[in-house]
Write a protein that binds this ligand. Structure first.
Ligand code: TXA
Ligand code: MG
Length: 310
């Protein structure tokens, strides 16, 4: 990806004025604002129509730039060393001297931090004097954006500036791990749990019950394409979009393939854009073939289950 410095400077200009800017990350696009500014953070919630109670992830260039914002620990060091920058977010204790706006954390004593890998956003973070609070750049409860045109489609002129970074290479949100105590996964995401378990050398509990709102804002309805979606379907109806994990010889206009050969990585990357495509084609419902429930397939299934609660 070629880095366009004048675009990055433009984004910086808006952010310095407490405006919101959409930024590319390797997982999904974010709707970013100065995490130290109440004014900027209020705008993020307004634009997304996001409940105040759902805290934001704060994005940093590297661990050195965390300053006194949060309290790190051994498990953090281990995971940071292995996976950052990358598709993982850490829940840590907020430091008393933290400069993060209380609007970001909804007055909680914890904060989610992440170090995105996308080179455009890394260049931006490097020149800013503050970290970026950024939820996914989509209206609350809808499908996340994985390209500039997705963000445009959702927000039009309501966002002052969109920084282009091409299509997100991972395609689903970061994995969230709570590291304050015994590590636990709060959201399945772009980094497989087995890889995290290997580094921490222990089995990790998954605690992503969507009904418990004290756990991260995994609202019950999420990632919704806005039309009904049914899972584990063997045979779709003719007027239904049929989402399949891999390309098959028999193709029909209503068939949509997540990958060529059944690669879960490729399927993850394509998931959100294909759901958007189906919606644009005006299908009234979506049937999904059974997706293998292993590795990134678990993340795909998590998103599809939430999307199916229409
Ligand atoms: O990949 C990603 O993580 C993307 C990109 C833009 O970085 N961001 C993203 O943000 O997915 P968002 O706002 O859509 O999801 C953030 C999740 C929410 O479920 C929120 O409740 C949870 O993180 N979260 C944030 N702060 C938290 C905290 N202090 N404790 C528990 N959960 C937290
Ligand atoms: Mg989101």
């Amino acid at each position: 990806m070629k880095i366009n410095l004048s675009n990055i400077k433009n984004a910086q200009k808006f952010l310095n004025k407490n405006e919101c800017v959409a930024i590319p990350t390797e997982t999904v696009y974010g709707l970013a604002g100065n995490a130290y500014s109440n004014q900027a953070c209020k705008k993020i919630f307004m634009l997304k129509n996001r409940p105040k109670s759902n805290p934001l992830i704060v994005h940093y260039y590297d661990a050195n730039s965390l300053g006194k914002d949060c309290v790190t620990n051994k498990n953090f060091q281990k995971l940071y060393k292995k996976f950052c920058p990358g598709p993982i977010s850490f829940i840590l204790k907020l430091n008393k001297e933290s400069k993060i706006s209380k609007i970001v954390t909804n007055n909680k004593k914890t904060v989610a931090v992440r170090f995105p890998k996308h080179p455009v956003t890394r260049n931006l973070l490097k020149i800013l004097k503050y970290p970026l609070a950024a939820p996914s750049a989509n209206p609350s409860s809808k499908i996340s954006a994985v390209s500039l045109s997705d963000v445009k489609e959702d927000f039009g002129k309501r966002i002052k500036y969109i920084l282009d970074g091409g299509k997100s290479t991972i395609g689903v949100e970061s994995t969230i791990i709570d590291l304050r105590d015994k590590p636990k996964i709060l959201r399945l995401g772009g980094l497989e749990i087995s890889k995290i378990e290997k580094v921490l050398n222990s089995k990790i509990k998954i605690d992503n019950n969507p009904l418990r709102t004290s756990a991260p804002g995994q609202l019950k309805l999420h990632y919704s394409p806005g039309i009904p979606l049914r899972l584990n379907v063997k045979k779709a109806k003719n007027d239904e979009a049929f989402l399949l994990i891999k390309k098959i010889k028999k193709n029909k206009p209503n068939y949509f393939f997540l990958s060529k050969k059944g690669s879960l990585k490729e399927a993850t990357k394509n998931l959100y854009s294909i759901l958007r495509k189906i919606k644009k084609k005006k299908y009234k419902s979506i049937a999904v073939e059974k997706i293998p429930n292993k590795g990134l397939g678990k993340t795909i299934n998590d998103r599809l289950i939430r999307a199916s609660r229409f």
